[in-house]
Design a protein around this ligand. Sequence first.
Ligand code: DQA
Length: 146
Amino acid sequence: MPHLVDILNGPNLNLLGQREPEIYGRDSLADIEAACRALAGELGLDIRFRQSNSEGTLVDWIQEARTSAAGIVINPAAYSHTSVALLDALSACECPVIEVHLSNIHRRESFRHHSYVSARADGVIVGCGAQGYDLALRRLARLIDG
Ligand code: DQA
């Protein structure tokens, strides 16, 4: 059976493609999901691709992943910079976690330079645009294979 990987997306990422395209690119979240599904097929992974604007929903999904997923890719968006709750939920998971940011958060405002989630992430990919999800899935597949 293919391993299940959760790809979780935080607030405002539903607006990708329309929202500040000079920062986040022209791909929509649906485009990114389609690319992830195609790659997951090649890597022998099953994916569950989700987005929420609500911190509590993301915590619930991480808790669901804790008992059902072999790995997590997460773009926590603005909650990266504020949420101890997401860090705690991820810390309760034993599976590998890769954090993704489309933009290079270190080249932007100083409040974006710190991510709570990075303290738990096994890898962090920033500034690679939509390709960051591709890189994250490849890394996760390697970590899952051991
Ligand atoms: C983001 C970076 C965050 O600082 C921002 O709040 C986002 C998106 C990114 O993918 O570059 O919403 O996570």
